[in-house]
Design a protein around this ligand. Structure first.
Ligand SMILES: [Zn+2]
Length: 243
């Protein structure tokens, strides 16, 4: 029974380690979200620069088209005979020139905007790199923490074999089956006033007496947990500790 209690204590610690091993990597989730947000910021900045560059190209090609159109009109001027047709062509040429002037002005503005965007982009990249470095460091810390938890668990697990070798095989099987059935809480439980410390039901008086004598290992008739008499074991925490 003493060995079973030691085994239970050890397995509780191992279980806590395993729970930590599951929890620790979850901290990375929020960092992944932050990373995505930073990446989105960079993408947005790049997209606005690309959009400006495209608009500039668009303006340039429009200017080329308009200039070509003006050349055509100017050649037509030589061929027209009537004055009103001549005036109409001149009017068209004026319209084309206005369009060109508007595009040229827009290109100047785009160049100013592009310069500002490039500067802002450089600053963004520096800031985002800094933030990413911080996240990397935090993730590395988490990995270290996880590695430590695994190392602690491995050490604890090494302690199981010596205990197992002291306990009869059929009892180990019962213990393991109980651990599967009662994933949470104790499975080796104290008896207090003929009450099972696991399910809190009354057990038979005869069983309580035999548990108190400590010669036989009994299971609770209601929940199947293994029973011990706390006063028989000096460790007070083993008797009262509930998880
Ligand atoms: Zn019980």
């Amino acid at each position: 029974m003493r060995n079973l209690l030691a085994l239970q204590k050890l397995d509780d610690k191992i279980g806590a380690c395993k729970a930590r091993e599951v929890e620790i990597p979850k901290q990375k989730t929020k960092f992944d979200i932050q990373r995505k947000r930073l990446k989105a910021e960079l993408d947005e900045r790049e997209q606005s620069i690309t959009a400006l560059q495209l608009e500039q190209k668009d303006c340039e090609s429009t200017i080329e088209q308009r200039k070509a159109q003006i050349l055509k009109y100017q050649q037509q001027l030589n061929d027209v005979k009537k004055n009103d047709e001549y005036q109409a062509l001149l009017h068209e040429i004026e319209l084309e020139k206005k369009q060109i002037a508007a595009r040229e002005e827009r290109i100047l503005n785009i160049m100013v905007e592009l310069e500002a965007a490039a500067e802002a982009s450089e600053e963004d990249k520096k800031r985002i790199q800094g933030e990413t470095d911080k996240l990397d460091a935090l993730c590395a810390e988490i990995d270290d923490e996880l590695g430590e938890a695994v190392a602690i668990r491995n050490e604890l697990e090494k302690n199981r074999d010596p205990i197992l070798s002291e306990v009869p095989a059929d009892l180990i099987r019962r213990y393991n089956r109980l651990r599967r059935n009662y994933a949470k809480g104790k499975i080796v439980v104290p008896v207090n006033n003929e009450v099972c410390g696991g399910c809190h039901m009354h057990i038979r008086a005869q069983v309580a007496i035999e548990v108190m004598e400590g010669n036989k290992i009994h299971a609770c008739q209601h929940c199947g947990r293994l029973l011990f008499h706390p006063a028989n074991f000096e460790e007070p925490e083993a008797a009262t500790q509930e998880s």
